[in-house]
Design a protein around this ligand. Structure first.
Ligand code: AP5
Length: 207
């Protein structure tokens, strides 16, 4: 059993590096952001409730997110462990997670606020396969993996990014001390190239 959390501000590379570790360890990546966006796309009651919060850059209520995770981890692919991407995000979620799954390690991705804004403004996502890239690396707007047209997430608009950062500092950052006190925290500087960050994450988790 191996349960690993990826924690960090918006755009710090949680999704990018959680996905790489998910492949390396053969464990599913549970991104609460992706799960909520899928509910919005499918027009479920959960998606309808979540959309206003997400568009405004606020957190979706703890009860909604905790219930969603509690249900998901019961599925058979989670039996050997899970890579949590963007969950928990509040102390209340961390307390609930204790009852759901034991946490083995927490990767805290660190990135300065100015770099968060730069990365978010250039991020493009593929609506077909979920691939994420950045305009700095893209020759055109086509997904390098599946050929679909890459798009910009609605909550990557500059004013929403600033609100997401404010929410991160107020509600999620306290989790750093929470998990450090349990000796579970690995802080990784995510400010350099992806390959450098990837090597640091692998060094923390796979050696
Ligand atoms: P979510 O989708 O989780 O968004 P987030 O936490 O704001 O994180 P992002 O997905 O924006 O960024 P990331 O850290 O994954 O970075 P990425 O790898 O893409 O949540 C969205 C919303 O859902 C929340 O605002 C909230 O409303 C709701 N929600 C979700 N979970 C919730 C919860 N638990 N409780 C309540 N509400 C919840 O990388 C960013 C960009 O940087 C990419 O373009 C990437 O290519 C580029 N990049 C450049 N250099 C690097 C590098 N060195 N490493 C990695 N990426 C790099």
């Amino acid at each position: 059993m191996r349960n690993i959390i990826f924690l960090g501000p918006p755009g710090s590379g949680k999704g990018t590096h959680a996905e790489k570790i998910s492949r390396a360890m053969g464990l599913p990546r549970l991104s609460t952001g992706d799960m909520l966006r899928e509910n919005i796309r499918n027009g479920t009651p959960l998606g309808i409730e979540a959309q206003g919060y997400m568009d405004a850059g606020e957190l979706v209520p703890d009860t909604v997110v905790i219930a969603m995770i509690r249900k998901r981890v019961l599925e058979p692919d989670c039996a050997n462990g899970v890579i949590f991407d963007g969950f928990p995000r509040t102390i209340a979620q961390a307390e609930a997670l204790k009852e759901i799954a034991p946490v083995d390690a927490v990767v805290n991705m660190t990135l300065a606020d100015a770099q968060v804004v730069q990365r978010m403004s250039g991020r493009r996502v593929c609506p077909a396969c979920g691939n994420t890239s950045h305009t700095d690396w893209m020759r055109d707007s086509i997904c390098a993996l599946c050929g679909a047209e890459m798009t910009q997430r609605k909550d990557d608009a500059p004013e929403t990014v600033l609100e997401r950062l404010r929410v991160y500092h107020a509600q999620t950052k306290p989790l750093i001390d929470h998990y450090a006190a349990q000796n579970l925290l690995h802080s990784i500087d995510s400010g350099g190239p992806v390959t450098e960050t990837e090597a640091r994450v692998r060094g923390a988790l796979l050696t």
